[in-house]
Design a binder for this molecule. Sequence first.
Ligand code: WQD
Length: 339
Amino acid sequence: MIVVSGGTGFIGSHTTVELMEAGYEVLVIDDLSNSRIEVLDGIAKITGRKPVFEQFDLCDKGRVMDCFKKYPGIEAIIHFAARKAVPESVDKPLMYYENNLLSLINLLGSMNAHGVKYFVFSSSCTVYGQPDTLPVTESSPIKKATSPYGNTKQIAEEIIQDVVSAGDPIEAILLRYFNPIGAHPTAHIGELPLGIPLNLVPFLTQTAIGIREELKVFGDDYNTPDGSAIRDYINVVDLSRAHVVAINRLLEGKNNSALETFNLGTGRGLSVLEIINTFKKATGVKVNYRVVSRREGDIEQVFADTTLANNELGWKAVIPLEETLRSAWKWEQNIRQQS
Ligand code: WQD
């Protein structure tokens, strides 16, 4: 049994689908503070069955320990559960440090107490800040975090490193995501931002469907070809499949060391304006946008060197951008029909 914490979230739900389709039994743990229980129905529509589900806060150590006792068949954990809104983390740093770090510490502590060895951690390219050279590799310097959210990812990686170095019987893989976008091709699950979306693609699709007046492009005065900022946008299903590869690697003992780190991106940088134009090309839908000033804390450009993940994991992002943007659009239309 594989635990997926945060399994009703965006990447967690897609990873749950891929794990179930690969034959794993999945236990989803989620407190539903930033997602909806109906996501489990979406997973069932795709896989034919719901994963096992436990609703509780991972900051409650007693509940975490009880859960491990209840499910003695737990073999590995993929830990997604965390708050991830950069501006919110600036306003509420303590909530971010408590939620994102205490949940991690409780999981690692329970693993040790119950002999669970394998841990996959959802990290982020945000740990690199604005890299000095691009593309960014796993050995690129970790820059000082520009937000409490980013800092929780850096501190979490250090906690995991220290636990592994202390000789705890835990073996871990850190997966540093670039910018996950898109939705499952069935449109039964996707990105479900509660409230005003902070991320580009959900705001873009909500503008396309008429929920938002216009998409604000945060700056076109960057030192990039069209002036708008560049990111490495990776399809969420491609990203989820990398988690199955990482779990297989650990369970089959194929990891080269007790702690490995991989960048999960496409290796290609795309600008905000390129995303907008590609969305129109892929869906025929023109998005109403206006260029405004830069967003505080944004970096100019980042994209991944994916050599290690391609060669070591044997994983590569393959879903084309136009297909990815069509999946995001189909998902947006689907949820609007349901609401
Ligand atoms: C992408 C680009 C914006 C919205 C953050 C976190 C990262 C990860 C993904 C959790 C930027 C521009 C955006 C809009 C815009 N989160 N943009 N108008 O900031 O690269 O990364 O989310 O794991 O850790 O840092 O993603 O989607 O917010 O922005 O112009 O309405 O789109 O300026 O250039 P970001 P994003």
